[in-house]
Design a protein around this ligand. Structure first.
Ligand SMILES: Cc1ncc(COP(=O)(O)O)c(C=O)c1O
Length: 439
């Protein structure tokens, strides 16, 4: 029987929802990148490795160990041994992280309200698993959305539905309408997942008024707001906007602060802030304790050595990442500017008649820009452009749960050099010109 399964795998041995989920778009893009390694890729939102400074992280680890040994009156060897052991499920650097959240992000949280998770992806998994039941609860996400949340919900059979990207007052009304629609059906919108700062994939930033309106809606209809803040450090125009969590008077927000883009992704760290209490059998219980219970059965605990490295970084920098972020933000802003300059040059309507119906947004932060073109962007276009013009992009339709984005493509500018941006946009303009003029 086992032999048969190995020699002839059959789909009924795996979760059918893996296939109902739709296409493996990231797998497709990875394949294209592997097949055309000399192509300039605007596909993935990976951070720029020039800012990783991984060599300095051994010093951070050392700093953490020395500091811990001194504070706890232990030998450095014992502290190191402890780092090698299984550890607290909620994390081992919660005090340092609480100080960081207060200093840099104006978020007040007790160390016990914080879980240090294995990336935002684990925080999303823990949050949804702890809060939702499959029969009655619904998760709302903006459409288009970050596929990390939509695909997790779909594989695990949680009900998920869409709202428009929150860009004006009508999007807030659309959320209210969806909530009422589900109420009529006897269901409850339990979670609204949003990326207020430089949303992936649209780059949209939620206005302050809409942040307040959304918080008011959460209070009125008693849902939990998942605020995913992966890109908030990368603002290029105005100052940082206040996070939903820092404005949250009613304890409606669960805050996910991924460090993948700010520090580097292989740390696999996210700071999850859960300040709510819930009633279970008339007893008030910290929701963070229940999240920890779930986490215990997902990853047991987050690698202590990675936490110690980040803890050391915080200790060395007086609990603030601001000084470290300045250089990264400036570098990313230059890339954004280079991209805008190249688009203005190679898609100039005055000098290129075919560029008349091509437009793009001006991202005020984050890693992404959206280009609108007068044709349907398909998977075949991605392959053709990689093969002929040696440049790779992502069709926006990949990120929609419903229809949408058919005439748009996403350009990630985070992991390309300014030179590559110039060359890549020139090549992309040749591809788009051939599409437009051959229609
Ligand atoms: C919106 C959003 N959240 C979170 C992440 C990062 O998740 P993680 O912390 O698991 O690396 C990404 C990465 O692409 C993202 O776009």
């Amino acid at each position: 029987m086992i032999e048969k399964m190995i020699s002839q795998p059959s789909f009924d041995v795996v979760n059918p929802l893996l296939f109902a989920m739709g296409e493996d778009v990231m797998g497709f893009l990875n394949e294209v990148q592997l097949q055309y390694p000399d192509a300039i890729s605007f596909a993935s939102g990976r951070p720029d490795a020039n800012y990783f400074k991984i060599d300095q992280f051994s010093e951070c680890l050392d700093h953490f160990v020395k500091n811990n040994a001194r504070e706890k009156g232990l030998s450095e060897n014992i502290v190191l041994e402890n780092l090698g052991q299984y550890n607290r499920t909620k994390g081992i650097i919660n005090e340092e992280v609480a100080k960081y959240l207060s200093v840099d992000e104006a978020i007040k949280a007790n160390p016990e309200d914080i879980l240090i998770t294995v990336g935002a992806q684990e925080a999303i998994a823990i949050g949804i698993t702890t809060l939702c039941n499959r029969e009655n609860d619904v998760i709302l996400v903006e459409d288009p959305a970050y596929i990390g949340v939509t695909h997790f919900a779909k594989i695990n059979d949680y009900a998920i539905d869409t709202i428009p990207v929150i860009s004006d007052e009508s999007s807030i009304q659309a959320i209210e309408e969806k909530i009422l629609h589900y109420q009529e059906k006897g269901k409850k919108v339990k979670i609204v997942y949003v990326i207020p700062d430089f949303q992936n994939p649209t780059g949209n930033s939620m206005s302050l008024t809409n942040r307040h309106r959304l918080l008011e809606l959460a209070r009125l209809y008693d849902f939990v707001l998942f605020e995913d803040n992966a890109y908030g450090d990368f603002y290029y125009e105005k100052d940082k906007m206040p996070t939903l969590k820092s404005l949250d008077q009613n304890n409606s927000v669960i805050y996910l602060r991924s460090l993948s883009k700010t520090i580097y992704p292989s740390l696999r760290l996210c700071l999850m802030v859960v300040t709510q209490k819930v009633k279970v059998n008339e007893k008030s219980i910290a929701l963070s304790d229940l999240m920890a219970k779930t986490k215990g059965y997902v990853t047991v605990n987050t690698p202590s050595i990675m936490q110690a490295m980040f803890g050391g970084l915080l200790l060395k920098n007086a609990f603030s990442l601001e000084a470290l972020n300045t250089e990264k933000r400036a570098g990313m802003k230059e890339k954004r500017n280079q991209l805008l300059e190249s688009l203005n040059h190679f898609f100039n309507k005055e000098t290129h008649f075919w560029a008349e119906n091509i437009s793009w947004n001006l991202p005020a932060g984050g890693f992404f820009l959206i280009l609108k073109v007068p044709f349907r962007v398909t998977k075949q276009d991605v392959i053709a452009c990689a093969e002929t013009n040696k440049v790779i992009f992502t069709p926006m339709s990949f990120f929609y749960m419903n229809q949408g984005g058919e005439n748009e493509l996403r350009l990630a500018f985070s992991n390309v050099t300014e030179e590559e941006i110039k060359n890549g946009i020139e090549r992309l303009s040749e591809f788009i010109k051939s599409k437009v003029t051959n229609q």
